[in-house]
Structure formats: structure tokens, C-alpha cells
Design a binder for this molecule. Sequence first.
Ligand code: FAD
Length: 317
Amino acid sequence: MLRSVILAAARSQKVERLVETAPISRDVVKRFVAGSGTGEALATTRQLADAGLCITLDNLGEDTLTADQANATKEAYLELLAALGQAGLTAAKNGGGEAVTVATAEVSLKLSALGQAFDEQLAEKNAREICEAAAALGTTVTLDMEDHTTTDSTLDILSRLRRDHPGTGAVLQAYLRRTEGDCRELATAGSRVRLCKGAYKEPEHVAYQAPLEVDKSYVRCMNILMAGEGYPMLATHDPRLIAIAQDRARWFDRSPDEFEFQMLYGIRPEEQTRLARAGHTVRVYVPYGTEWYGYLMRRLAERPANLAFFGRALISK
Ligand code: FAD
């Protein structure tokens, strides 16, 4: 019911105008989105880096339906990477030369924004150009994961990109029943894997529905990644999972530079700095761009529990 209301609101231009002009919107947007252009994204990145955090930047885009839109997204990423490089923000935090580069700032891509829905080859070509630009600056790219109908295509494109750019990161979603298997496949040397719970509305036959089942799957997947040879990137704000990750790191004898935590910009910022001060690598996922309305509404619609999630973030520190 709630989901239908949010989805209807997401499609309504009237509601969009209302939300965009409501005073609360400015606070919400400022809290969760780093601004509309490269300059603001850069300023936020600098601020987070100065606080000892790492960053992955996401250029927000609406559903990409044409090659021109896909091209514009690619160009926005190239402009951003050039600016990050010029500002010295793409440097490897771990000094480079390791099995995995841990760059101060990298980028996260949605293949759908690069054309995946209508031309997979175009999306791959665009992603490859971005990977090349990132590699030239010493940094990395992570491919976000979207709904389950795109998982195979995204992992196929990832494996081809990795032949030339082995540091390209994958995202696996613990709510998918297939993910333990995908973790085993990807827990190899040099492989960067972000593990998240998953943000889309998925059917029962492909995804666990009960939060407890998702959490248990997250722990099983985390065990596989922490026991493996790759570089786990544990994306969660869940205190229980963070504590389990710290325990597993001790169990599997992983030092703080052999895995990282990731959280969203604006969510639990104090926990982000607390973990960083305790010696962990913490990467903040920073969305920026003008298309924030769709971003926030889709987050809510995909998972109505996020209503509480964003609400909690607004009243918490
Ligand atoms: P939740 O179940 O939302 O929260 C668990 C617990 O965390 C809560 O019960 C509470 O104790 C605590 N908590 C949460 N928020 C707060 C708060 N504001 N203040 C205090 N406590 C809080 N999803 C995808 O499908 N594809 C992606 O590519 C993707 N990339 C992501 C990248 C990053 C860096 C992150 C952090 C998330 C990403 N997600 C992605 C979203 C993810 O799948 C989840 O929807 C989202 O992170 C919420 O899950 P959670 O693990 O934080 O736990």
C-alpha cells in the first residue's frame, strides 16, 4: 500500500514540484545528496577525505533511454574523474603497488545509466571508457548492482572489464538466494566485492523476504568473502553486522587495510568517522546530480522500510 503511494508520487510531476519546493526537501537533499554538479561533488569529497574517509561517487541519472543520455552520463563521469585527479583525490590510500588499489576517491556506476536497458554493448563500451580514465588516474570503478533481471548481464560485463581492469569492483546483494555462490566465484585475489543487503523489491523465488533471513545470508556471504582472497567492501549501517565484521576480521586475521566498510552519505556520519578513527577504511557512497527526486523516491519505493531509514537519519546524528 505504502509502496504504491510512493510509486505514484514518484511518477507525478505535481508531487515532484511540491517535494522539490518544500522546505524539508532542501534539508533532506542536502543531507543525502552532495549537490548538483562536479564542483559540489568535489567539495564534498574533499571534506570527507580531510575527515579521514574514502569516497565513491555516483552521478545520479534518471532512466536512460537513449544513446545520447548514456553518452552524457559517461561524459559527466569523465569530467568528474578529471577533476578528482586534478585535486589529488584519486591517489591510492594504501600507497598503490598492492594486490588491490584502495583509492581515496573512486566512482560507482549504474550500467542502466550507461545504456544497459536498450544496448548492453553500448553500456559496456561506456563503462570501459570510464574504467580506462579511472585507471589512468590510479583509481577504480565499482559497478552498482540493480534489480535481479540485470545481475547476470552486470556480472558478465564485470568479468570482461576485469580482464583489462582487474580492480573493477562488483556489488553483490545478500537478499538474493544466488549470492553465496556469486561470493564464492568472486572471492579471488585482487577482486573487490561490495556486499550490501539489496535495495530493490524482488520476488520470493529469487530473494529472501524476511529481514532476519537477509541478515543471516549477509553473514554467510561475509564469511565467504572474509575467508577468501579478495578485498571485501562491507556496505551496511547495521551495527550488528558491523560488529560481526570486526569479529570475522579478527577470526580470519585480516588487518584493517584488507577490507573496508562502506556507508551512504548522510547516514550515520558519526559512526563513519568513529570507525575511521579506530583505524578502519570507511568509504562513503556520495550521490550527486540534479536528478535527486528520482533517487530519493526510488529508494523509498524500492523498499518502503527506507522511509524509516531516511527518517532515522534525519533525527539521528
Ligand atoms: P538496514 O536494514 O536498513 O538497517 C539496519 C540497522 O542499521 C537498523 O535497524 C539500525 O539499527 C541501523 N541503522 C540504519 N540506518 C540508521 C540510521 N540512520 N541511524 C542509526 N541507525 C541506523 N543496494 C543495491 O541494491 N545495490 C547497490 O549497488 C547498493 N550499493 C550500496 C552502496 C553502499 C555504500 C551502501 C551503504 C548501500 C548500498 N545499497 C545498494 C543499499 C543497500 O542494499 C541497503 O538497501 C541499505 O544499505 C540499507 O541496508 P543496511 O545494511 O544499512 O541495513
